[in-house]
Design a protein around this ligand. Structure first.
Ligand SMILES: Nc1ncnc2c1ncn2[C@@H]1O[C@H](COP(=O)(O)OP(=O)(O)OP(=O)(O)O)[C@@H](O)[C@H]1O
Length: 276
């Protein structure tokens, strides 16, 4: 195990014993302490009404245990992104519950929800969502500063994470000076800077070529090996095949839930000959 892996594992093992907003007994329900990191109960999101009603997510029950790499897949429009947004507190359910680290999220007010998101969830998006005017290092530092870290701590964490994703030599570059794969690696470093309970990724390889896709999947695999819980939306079955578990959505409902054998590393080996 690399030093970085040990460092990340050490962090995840410490979680719940510090002063994080997730740690206090008052935030836990009885029996929840060792429960799933992320839980959806009857989760639903509808848009419109009457004839224009769309049930984007329709009564999804889902438990994601600590350390699991979960892929969410299914055809276009089946509700993958909506589900991820609900799990990450970026959208509110019309019915059902979302729990993160034993704490119910969907009942929180906007400020508490934003605080929880910032501290406990790392987001990775298809189009990276980096700040164009900030360097790679500044992009990674920003969420740490927003969560209350000192500038020095934020700087140190960002430097460590950029090193971890293989971009130490690009720390002072702007996003426009980086390739797509490099931008996504910066985004992953940013997602990790507050040591999140879970990383949520929406089509993280959707804008990348084959080589960059491999880089990102390798990185996810390392995170997984270090105990990071990961939920990734992808329409690409080859990407889904690198996860521990694949759930498929159809018309907003859970149509299939499959646990895959072996680790991501083994499966990545068979993906190295992708044509792109
Ligand atoms: N803001 C919105 N208003 C109305 N309908 C919406 C809205 N957002 C999503 N939908 C609808 O909800 C359904 C699920 O959309 P969602 O984007 O979650 O699907 P998806 O599986 O992620 O699709 P894709 O793979 O194409 O990105 C679709 O029918 C979509 O048209």
């Amino acid at each position: 195990m690399s030093r970085d892996s040990r460092r990340i594992r050490g962090r995840s093992q410490r979680r719940g014993t510090d002063d994080s907003p997730l740690a206090g007994p008052s935030s836990r329900q009885p029996g929840e302490a060792s429960g799933p990191v992320l839980r959806a109960v009857g989760l639903s999101r509808a848009y419109g009404q009457d004839e224009s009603l769309v049930r984007a997510v329709d009564g999804v029950d889902l438990d994601v245990p600590a350390g699991q790499a979960l892929a969410v897949t299914g055809p276009s429009g089946c509700g993958k992104s909506t589900l991820l947004q609900l799990l990450g507190g970026l959208d509110r359910p019309t019915d059902g519950e979302v729990w993160l680290g034993g704490r119910r999220m969907d009942h929180l007010g906007e400020r508490a929800l934003a605080r929880l998101r910032r501290r406990a969830i790392g987001f990775v998006f298809q189009s990276f969502h980096l700040m164009d005017e900030l360097t790679a290092a500044e992009n990674v530092e920003l969420p740490a500063l927003l969560a209350g870290a000192s500038p020095r701590t934020a700087r140190n964490r960002a430097a460590g994470l950029l090193d971890r994703v293989g971009l130490a030599d690009r720390a002072r570059h702007l996003p426009s000076e980086l390739s797509g794969g490099q931008r996504q690696r910066v985004a992953i470093a940013r997602a990790l800077v507050n040591e999140p309970l879970v990383v949520l990724a929406d089509e993280p390889t959707g804008n990348l070529d084959s080589a960059a896709t491999h880089d990102i999947l390798r990185l996810f695999d390392e995170l997984r090996a270090a105990g990071q819980t990961l939920v990734m939306v992808t329409h690409d079955e080859r990407v889904a095949a690198t996860a521990d578990r694949v759930v498929s959505l159809r018309d907003g409902t859970l149509a299939d839930d499959t646990r895959l054998d072996g680790g991501g590393t083994t499966r990545l080996g068979s993906l190295l000959n992708w044509e792109g």
